[in-house]
Each structure stands twice: as C-alpha cells, then as structure tokens.
Design a protein around this ligand. Structure first.
Ligand SMILES: NC(=O)c1ccc[n+]([C@@H]2O[C@H](COP(=O)([O-])OP(=O)(O)OC[C@H]3O[C@@H](n4cnc5c(N)ncnc54)[C@H](OP(=O)(O)O)[C@@H]3O)[C@@H](O)[C@H]2O)c1
Length: 344
C-alpha cells in the first residue's frame, strides 16, 4: 500500500468551561500499514455528541469511557466504509457505525464498539449516526422504557431543538402525547412548533424562564419529563410533576462545562408526594434491540411522521468549530461532519 495521508483532529487542551476552537487542532499524519486482523475504514461522517464533552476533562474517565488524552485524536462515533481488510468478519464495502476517532481514515481490529449496518437505499447514510443511530435510539428507548408515554399525556423535553431532544419530541407526538419543548431562543421555539409540530415551546432564557414557561404551557402539570440538561432546569420541573410522573434522565448538558460540584435538586420531596419515578438510562443497554427499533423508525421516516432534523458541516477541519457551536446552542437537530465529497 502506498503511503496514505490521514487527517485527524487532536485534543490540544482540556476545555475549561465551554469548548473553544483552540482546544482542537486538525493535523496531517501518515497511515501505517494494515496488520493481521485489522481493517481500514474510510470515514464518511463523524457524529458530534454533546455527551462526549465530559470525557474531554482531565482525568474524567468514569469507567464508562476513558478520559481523552491531550495531543491524541478526539474520540467519537463514526460512520465508515471498509476499504481494505485483513479481518475475517469485516469485508471491503461493509458500512460500519463505530466508536472511533475524529479522523478521515481509521485502522480498527473490531475490538471497540462496532455495528455493521444494512442501510436502506432511500435513507441518507448520515441518518445511521443521527436519527437512526445512538442519538435517535436514545430518544426511542428513553421514552419507551422510562417515559412510558401514554396518549394525551403532557411530555416536556429539554434541549428539544437538539439531536436527541428533537427526536424525542417527534416520537412523543407519534405516541399521541401533548408535547412541549424547551430551548434557548424564540427562533428555535418557532422551529419546534412550526417545523417539528410541537404543541408549544418554552424559551428558557426569556423573562420568567422555565417556571413561567411551564405555568403557561403545562398548566395541568407534567406527566413525562425527558431530561437532557439536569441542573436548575430539572429542579424546576420536579416542582411541576403530576402524580405517577416519569422523568427519563438522558443527560445533563448544563453541567458538562463545569468543574465544580453541581448542587443537587431541592424539590425532591415533590418526587415523593407525587410517587414519581426518576430513572437514568443508557442507550447502549439496548444494542440487541437496535435493529427492531431502527426498522420501526425507518418506517416513520419514510411515511413523513418523523423528520430528519440534521445539520451537516463539511470537512474534518470544521469538526472542532462545529462541536463548539453545539455548546452555544447553534444547532437544530443532529450535527454531523461529512468527510467525503458525496454522501457516501
Ligand atoms: N443516556 C444516553 O444514552 C444518551 C445518549 C446520547 C446523548 N445523551 C444526552 O442527550 C443530551 C443531548 O445530546 P445531543 O448530542 O443530542 O446534543 P444536542 O442536544 O444536539 O446539543 C446540545 C444542546 O444543549 C443545549 N446546551 C448547550 N449548552 C448548554 C448549557 N450549558 N445549559 C443548557 N443547555 C445547553 C443547546 O440547546 P439549547 O439551545 O436548547 O440550549 C445545544 O443545542 C446530552 O445531555 C447527552 O449527554 C444521552
């Protein structure tokens, strides 16, 4: 194999507070030759996931994933096609969704998380990282198993204009709920109601914040809260839970940029009196069920019940800035980076 150039994004500094462009650097390296039991992936899309911010902090390894090291490629979810293979299980042409690195080519041996895809020709491959990937599946399983949404219930969703949130909001609508989303600007609120078809949206930065928004848009209280932010927003929502409410703890993005301990919620007694359930969940617990869920969601996408809300940044050099934009609330739906000229 003639020497091939790889471009990678390295973590140059552990972000302090919100990540900045200078925390990342795109560099050129050469690809080593393929060893026995290895295969070469040409990466088509990189997934930008808010949750990965946590593992960028120094010493942040929590047993679930290791902390990212300085001057090493940033870890992330990747969609790639096998281009060369010395591995019996992965053939040239296979499309894989895997945990890998922000880079144009990856050499893998199959030991890290890897899922072989059977893409539907009518569906854009990027969907398998977003709405049909771990992002959309987080919404699907969180609502199904923790939220247990019933028709007519009021479902409140934080970061509703983000990747997981926008999918959760649409699935809750499909399940027959009345859906209220929270986001940071009036423009994104309008997008939630006009484009995604939510029943109402709350600008949590407007006067009165979350409290006033819930009073106005959830006057009968909240039956299911799909929580992506944690912190003060979660605390405020707890005070508005209905009896037997369910809170699906998906993420805590409001705390990912802090290095200080975050105060616990004050409104826990409301959980007791309302017999509410707060439960965390990890999408990776459902790997065995992914194919069936993807099939159902593919049907919704094709019928138009589910819209693929996605923003695509082009080129590996734009990966760091796109990731930073997400923490400024600059995205609507799923953010992915396309690494190839065509859609793959
Ligand atoms: N449990 C699981 O298995 C699992 C799997 C995947 C993801 N998740 C969680 O899902 C959540 C959403 O992740 P995503 O990748 O889909 O990201 P995303 O929602 O597309 O993007 C992050 C959004 O968070 C909001 N945000 C950013 N900084 C914030 C802050 N300091 N305080 C409050 N809101 C802030 C912004 O929306 P606004 O403009 O609306 O503020 C931004 O658009 C994360 O908490 C993530 O950890 C959980």
């Amino acid at each position: 194999m003639s020497e091939r150039i790889n471009r990678q994004v390295l973590l140059r500094a552990h972000p302090v507070g919100a990540p900045r462009d200078t925390d990342f650097e795109c560099v050129e390296t050469s690809l080593p030759a393929l060893g026995d039991g290895e295969f070469l992936l040409r990466n088509l899309y990189l997934s930008l996931d808010a949750g990965f911010r946590q593992w960028m902090n120094e010493g942040a390894g929590d047993g679930y994933l290791p902390a990212m090291e300085l001057d090493e490629p940033v870890m992330g979810l990747v969609l790639g096609r096998v281009e060369e293979s010395n591995h019996p299980l992965y053939a040239v042409g296979d499309l894989l969704m895997c945990r890998s690195r922000w880079e144009e080519f990856s050499i893998a041996d199959g030991s890290d998380y890897m899922s072989k895809l059977a893409p539907d020709p009518e569906i854009s491959p990027s969907c398998y990282l977003g709405i049909l990937g771990p992002t959309g599946l987080t919404a699907y399983f969180g609502l199904r198993d923790v939220g247990r949404v019933q028709p007519g219930e009021t479902v409140l969703i934080s970061t509703a204009a983000g990747a997981v949130g926008s999918t959760a909001a649409q699935i809750a609508k499909i399940r027959g709920a009345r859906v209220v989303g929270m986001t940071s600007t009036d423009e994104k609120c309008k997008w939630l109601t006009d484009f995604l078809g939510l029943d109402a949206a709350i600008n949590y930065r407007a006067a009165g914040g979350v409290e006033a928004g819930i009073a106005q848009h959830c006057p009968q209280g909240v039956d299911v809260y799909f929580d992506n932010v944690g912190g003060e927003t979660l605390d405020t929502v707890l005070a508005h839970l209905n009896e037997r409410a369910r809170v699906a703890l998906s993420g805590a993005v409001s705390t990912y940029n802090t290095s200080e301990p975050v105060p616990g919620p004050f409104n826990m007694f409301k959980v007791i009196t309302q017999r509410a359930i707060l439960q965390g969940f990890m999408v990776t617990d459902y790997v065995e069920e992914y194919p069936a869920a993807i099939e159902e969601m593919t049907g919704w996408l094709k019928s138009g019940q589910l819209k693929n809300a996605e923003e695509v940044a082009i080129g590996i050099e734009n990966t760091g800035p796109a990731f930073c934009r997400m923490f400024a609330g600059g995205n609507r739906g799923k953010l992915v980076v396309r690494l190839t000229e065509n859609e793959g």
